[in-house]
Each structure stands twice: as structure tokens, then as C-alpha cells.
Design a binder for this molecule. Sequence first.
Ligand code: SAM
Ligand code: SF4
Length: 340
Amino acid sequence: MMPASKSQSPMHFCEQQIIELLNGNQDEWLFANAQAVTQQVFDNQVFIRGIVEFSNHCRHNCHYCGLRSSNRQVERYRLSVDEILDAVDDIAQFGIGTVVLQSGDDWQYRAETIAELIRTIKERHNLAITLSLGDRKHQELKLWREAGADRYLLKMETFNEQLFNQCRPNANFDERLARLSYIQSLGYQTGSGVITDLPGMTDKILATDILRLSGLELDMLACGPFVAHAQTPFAQSPNGEVLKSHRVSAILRLMNPGANIPATSSLEVIELGARELGLMRGCNVVMPSFTPSQVYASYNIYPGKNSATSDIQQRVAAIFQQIQHHGLQPNGSRGDSRRY
Ligand code: SAM
Ligand code: SF4
């Protein structure tokens, strides 16, 4: 279809070309080029982030997510500020340069508490801080940016308003989109993304999602396959396809050469080895969980998430090995996006 390219300039595809790439008939071309661009832009380095999932309480009720408020079978937890800081200390000790603070949309943590947490982390460590705290108020997002947070991840999940409404009852599509743009205006390195194979998603919707995501000039692009959770309305829907998610990360890489694209744990849950394969298909980031062991398994967004029984040392060592196995280098620097 297209000549091989090792260029670092973004490639442009129209909707129809993306649909054809999603069909899988050009996987060889797509994956080879995505790998070449990723390795060239990031010099064979894979950025490691430590993620602390500090609360699994959520006021939203997303049909795909095990943490949804209607799910009474989750053992809910909230980490104290000191517990979060202990996990952050561990991340710094491992020589990892970014902490990702993630939670359900839990408004129990007041804006000032989070701001103080950010300031304390910055005083103690030379770490980049990524927040993934959901639909918080504009003034809170501003406060946290001023406190020193570097990045914010807010996935649209899909840019198709009808599908969004089918999956996220009572969430407001326009507000989420406006929040994303406000986050960017505050100077955060900003991330968004999609869940591939969400029930109701088509290749046409996915192609539009890829175009919309690429049009936003984001620093972080996250795509991972849908994983069915038994205690959700989507329990009976099939899991997403690993290959589809890999195609999306590869297309996103070609259209956004400098963006950070994580290989998600949902890939690994569906198929062992799929996360490391993602690193050969456009992804350049891996995020091991540093959530303390007493609550680790309760951050059960989807089955298999945080199910490893090994300790954090072993998990990080295994990730390093997988990365090196492919001739890549684990990298513990801040790992800012190349477009920043
Ligand atoms: N509450 C915040 C939010 O929704 O933005 C952050 C935490 S939320 C658990 C993080 C991400 O998990 C979501 O953006 C969504 O893409 C992903 N997720 C949730 N349920 C999933 C599922 N069943 N399969 C794949 N990804 C899922
Ligand atoms: Fe809550 Fe995020 Fe899960 Fe939706 S995806 S239920 S907002 S934790």
C-alpha cells in the first residue's frame, strides 16, 4: 500500500485508510513502520512509570468498569496520604522517574489534600507526576498544576458521543472534552485515549477516534482492549482483540511520532506476552503498579488486573527482562513526550 518509512514526521491517514489498516491486511507494513519510528524517536528506550492506585471508590457508573459505583462486590479502599507517600518513596528508590497517581473519581480526597501531596512529592523527590483522577473541577485541575503536577491523563474512551453515552451513564461528553482541552491549556502534558472493542464500537468509530485523538496533538495516547468484567452490564460482551489494540497503537505512533504510548496491562490480561509485543508495535511506556500489597488486588477494573502474586521487586525485574529480551532498554528518566 505505502512505501516503508523511517521518517519522524507524522504520517497522515484519512478515515478510509485507517479503516483499511484496522482490517489487518497490511499488518506487516504497519507494525514494521511503527516499530522503526518508535525505536528511532525513543532511541530504543522504554520509559518505566510507577503507578499508585490510591483509591477504588468511584462516583461514576461506567458500564465497562469493575469499580463502577453500583458494584457492591468490590472491597473498597482509600490509601492515606502517608501510605501514598510510602509507595512513591518505593518508586523513587527503584530509580523510576515518574509517578502516576490514579484513582476512581473519588471526591473524598479534597483538592487541597491532593495539592499538598503533590508539593510533598516534589520536595522529597525529583519525580514527574502524572495525575489520572477523572472528572475533577477546573479550579482543582488548576490548583494541582500550580502545585507542580506535570501531566494529566483523561481518556475519552471514544469520541463517538452516542457510544460514550451508552458506556458512561450520567457522564457528560461535552464536559469531558472541554475538561481535556482545559487541561491542555494549563500546560499539563496531556493524555487521552480509547478502549478498543468497547461493546458497540465499529472500525468506522475507531477510525474517527484515531483521527480525533491525533488532531488534539496530545503528549500521551492510551489505547487498550476492552476486558469484560462479570459485575458490570457488559459482562457478556466479548473481550477486545489484542491485534486490534496493537493496530491502533501502531497507527497512533505513525500519526504522532513523539507521543508517549503505554503498553497497557489489559493487553497482558487478554493474552500473555501481548504487552511486550505492544512495545514492538508502537508503544514505548510500561507502568508497573506500586499499589501496596494489602489493597493491590482490589483495584479490579477488569479481571486479571493486579492479579500477580509476585512482589513488586519480582514484577519490575520481569518487566525489565521482557524489555531487554527485545533488544530494548528500560529507562527510568522522567520520559517526557518528544513533542513537549
Ligand atoms: N476514574 C478515572 C477515569 O475514568 O478517567 C481514572 C481511573 S479508570 C479505572 C482508568 C482507565 O481504566 C479508564 O480510562 C478506562 O480506559 C480503563 N478501563 C476501565 N474499565 C476497563 C475495562 N473493562 N477494559 C479496559 N479498560 C478499562
Ligand atoms: Fe470510575 Fe474511571 Fe471506572 Fe469509570 S472508568 S467507573 S470513572 S474508575
